[in-house]
Design a protein around this ligand. Structure first.
Ligand code: PLP
Length: 383
């Protein structure tokens, strides 16, 4: 099979994964090639690697305005999500979890597994624009609630949840609060300072760092029981020899995401709006899914009525354009997106919806080419 490269494609699927930033790649290379010591070793060759991991911890802490000692490296966003919920259940001994009906499978499938084990899980509903009413959260809290886990931004629609307010409600009721902020870095401010957030998850590959590295923020004085048990790495909170090069890369990526936040958000918002307006103008029977303002600047989710998203994606792929239907993890299955059905979309609109997501590397020429290709591709998918 001929391998496609970045230059061959138009990549509008940055919520699925992102390109590694050149600065990140450069920062990582020495730790793949030269500095291979184990950060736990006591000699200088190991200690210098430990220093690099600690520098990355500082960089990630700066991104979310917390203390470096509140940051723990994991293998991915999924592990961080699982670890937070698991810790809350173990520490409290309580049997009830509250989440939403539109979470990523990292939380959704864990919730369904917990239900099979006999735990109770409440999935809060969302409005037709994908937003969450805090009243729903207040009403769902029970004396045996162990944790509330709500995503900061939805991966399919980009819709934002009122995370600081939700965390405050939980703090006032002494209930642990976790947020999956995997989609947020470089797009919105996710400072946890002075918030009631106990746990926050991040994933390297969504912010121009490599795949296979994640972060769990654990607020100071929040009790924690590790999910991956083993050695004393990460102060005993996560066993396993550190993925040093990727951690170094994630640190650099966090530094860039913080430094470029305004610039990147405004760049992706401009491109997203150009594409969205262009589609609504050029392609009949289309509508945007999700709240028009309260969403990530880089994401649009569009329903092409009476069309098959699967066919649209095939048509786009033939032209080298990458987008997705539902979340990347459900592509290939014929289930309509649980996010869109929870928002009350008809099966027709859910099956015909496509997500386009931008990054700092997207440009206007890519939007123009996509807008040129889409009317024909959609027409064919409708016939
Ligand atoms: N949470 C959200 C909102 C996501 O979008 C993703 C990835 O798509 C994850 C969690 C899982 O992250 P990872 O791929 O690092 O396990």
């Amino acid at each position: 099979m001929m391998l496609l490269e970045d230059k061959d494609i138009i990549y509008l699927d940055n919520n699925a994964t992102t390109r590694i930033a050149p600065e990140v790649f450069e920062a990582m290379t020495p730790y793949l090639r030269d500095y291979y010591g184990n950060p736990s070793s006591s000699y200088s060759f190991g200690k210098q690697v430990h220093t690099a991991v600690e520098r990355a911890r500082e960089q990630v802490a700066a991104l979310i305005s917390c203390e470096p000692k509140e940051i723990f490296f994991t293998s991915c966003g999924t592990e961080s999500d699982n670890a937070a919920i698991n810790a809350a259940l173990q520490v409290t001994g309580h049997k009830h979890v509250i989440t939403s009906g539109v979470e990523h499978s990292a939380v959704k499938n864990h919730g369904e597994y917990l239900e099979r084990l006999g735990y109770a899980v409440t999935y809060l509903p969302v409005s037709s624009d994908g937003t969450l009413q805090l009243k729903e959260l207040e009403n769902a809290i029970r004396p045996d609630t162990a944790i509330v886990s709500l995503m900061w931004a939805n991966n399919e629609t980009g819709v934002l949840f009122p995370i600081r307010e939700a965390a405050e409600i939980c703090q006032s009721k002494k209930i642990l609060f976790h947020t999956d902020a995997v989609q947020c870095p470089g797009k919105i401010d996710i400072s946890v300072k002075d918030s009631g957030i106990n746990f926050l998850s991040l994933s390297g590959h969504k912010l121009h760092a490599p795949k296979g590295v994640g972060v769990l923020y654990v607020k100071r004085r929040t009790k924690f029981i590790p999910y991956v048990m083993g050695g004393h790495q990460e102060k005993g909170k996560r066993g396993g020899t550190e993925n040093v090069a990727s951690i170094v890369g994630l640190g650099k990526a966090a530094e860039l995401a913080l430094a470029k936040l305004q610039e990147e958000a405004s760049h992706t918002r401009t491109l997203r709006n150009q594409l969205e307006t262009g589609i609504l103008e050029k392609v009949a029977e289309t509508s945007v899914n999700g709240h028009p303002e309260s969403r990530l600047p880089n994401t649009t989710n569009i329903s092409f009525h009476r069309a098959s998203a699967e066919k649209i994606l095939v048509g786009l792929n033939e032209k080298g354009i990458c987008a997705s239907a539902g979340s990347a993890c459900t592509t290939g299955s014929m289930e309509p997106s649980h996010v869109l059905t929870n928002m009350g979309l008809s099966q027709d609109k859910a099956f015909g919806s496509v997500r386009f997501s931008f990054s700092r590397y997207s440009d206007e020429a890519q939007v123009a080419t996509t807008l040129e290709a889409l009317p024909k591709v959609v027409e064919q998918s409708r016939s």
